[in-house]
Design a protein around this ligand. Structure first.
Ligand code: UD1
Ligand code: UDP
Length: 370
């Protein structure tokens, strides 16, 4: 069976890597080819390097300041040539980015079967996360095999009328990837991180990039962080900044040149996840980071109004704190100063799968298509 694996951004690459490996290890059944749209360039290449993935097709669509329309049109046009060249039996897409929707639409236009990895997550608000909620729903409509990570995501799909025989609960492949890389003795090649005293300092790992947070919400998030650090010299912050210039501008303005606040370049996946396993707590609006932190026993404050990942919150490791400055400050203050509150959240739980999602996905494909 010829399988075209399509992805374009950092998180898709991390979560597709275990599937690429599983397909390549099953030569008897699969002829896999990898197509990257390169919606991200640097942040994608960082992940390709770590997992030693060499794309068969690289559409190289990235342009600084790209609009959603440009990403969609360029990906769709590029994918047409790839599909005509490889003529796959199945196209796999992962998640909720514009690459995912374009990949599914291109497959549909060529009447190629579609497998959607990480299907069925819903926030219930089309504008948050934006445009990801819509991307995931539009992809669902076109999908033949929905690989839902959890019971909750399967229930969302059933509620929308999808046929149960096409839904597979697999866990999230982010856990497969995470299990490969965490190492107690990991050595960072970043001097700044090496010098941080993780035992005596309370290190906040911050990530923020969501489109709907750019503007006032992001100003609120960063201001709450700035205030909490200013008030306690035991607290340090590391923020590997997303490459979006709009995000970096707000971050530099509010958090730049502040004592114990380290604004750094995006980290490679290995140092990033190992940093997460060493930090005190995580503040994030990222989807993937929300899934990874619970596995590592790190409390996560999710700085968004809604989340399509309620499992971490139900498990007690994550808290949805919104984007109000005072609320974020107060929640941070509690976790930093109240040991009981901290311990209540710092439990290593993993509601996102047993680390064998890629294996379940390839097995399901074989069962349905071979
Ligand atoms: C995209 C996805 C989002 C995902 C995120 C992961 C869409 C609409 N959004 O958002 O769902 O959570 O990736 O990080 O699909 N940039 C670079 N180099 C890079 C990557 C980005 O310079 O390697 C800068 C560019 O200026 C670019 C901007 O970041 O214009 C935004 O990139 P884009 O892919 O449009 O959206 P993200 O915010 O990265
Ligand atoms: N990540 C990384 N380096 C960083 C920040 C994040 O490798 O500096 C990884 C993180 O471990 C996770 C993924 O990137 O696997 C999440 O990507 P992002 O937050 O950009 O996107 P989202 O998950 O929100 O779509």
């Amino acid at each position: 069976m010829k399988v075209l694996v399509v992805f374009g951004t950092r998180p898709e690459a991390v979560k597709m890597a275990p599937i690429v490996k599983a397909l390549k290890n099953d030569e008897e059944n699969f002829i896999p080819k990898i197509c990257v749209t390169a919606q991200h360039r640097d942040m994608l290449d960082q992940v390709l390097r770590i997992f030693d993935i060499k794309p068969d097709y690289d559409l190289n669509i990235f342009q600084g300041g790209q609009t959603l329309t440009q990403i969609t049109c360029r990906a769709l046009t590029g994918l047409e040539g790839v599909i005509e060249d490889f003529r796959p039996d199945l196209i796999l897409v992962q998640g909720d980015t514009t690459t995912v929707f374009s990949g599914a639409l291109a497959a549909f236009y060529h009447q190629v079967k579609i497998g959607h990895v990480e299907a069925g997550l819903r926030s219930g608000n089309l504008y948050s996360p934006y445009p990801e909620e819509a991307n995931r729903m539009m992809t669902g409509v076109l999908t033949d095999f929905h690989f839902a990570p959890t019971e909750t995501s399967k229930a969302n799909l059933l509620r929308e009328g999808y046929n149960e025989s096409k839904i597979f609960i697999t866990g999230n492949t982010s856990i497969d990837a995470l299990n490969w890389v965490i190492d107690e003795d990991f050595k960072f090649d970043n001097e700044l991180i090496n010098q941080i005293d993780f035992n005596n300092k309370k290190v906040i790992l911050l990530t923020s990039h969501r489109r709907e947070n750019i503007g006032e919400p992001m100003v609120n998030i960063f201001t709450a962080i700035k205030d909490i650090v200013a008030g306690d010299d035991k607290v340090e912050v590391i923020y590997p900044m997303h490459l979006n210039p709009k995000v970096r501008e707000i971050a530099s303005e509010i958090l730049g040149n502040k004592e114990r606040v380290h604004l750094i370049e995006p980290l490679d996946y290995l140092p990033f996840t190992n940093l997460m396993s060493k930090c005190y707590l995580v503040v994030t609006d990222s989807g993937g980071v929300q899934e990874e932190a619970p596995s590592l026993g790190k409390p996560v404050l999710v700085v968004r109004k809604e989340t399509e990942r309620p499992e971490g919150i139900e498990a007690g490791t994550a808290k949805l704190v919104g984007v109000d400055k005072d609320t974020i400050y107060n929640e941070l203050y509690k976790l930093i100063n109240n040991k009981e509150e901290y311990n209540r959240m710092a439990n290593a739980v993993n509601p996102y799968g047993d680390g064998r999602a890629a294996e379940y996905i390839t097995k399901s494909i074989k069962k349905k298509m071979l």
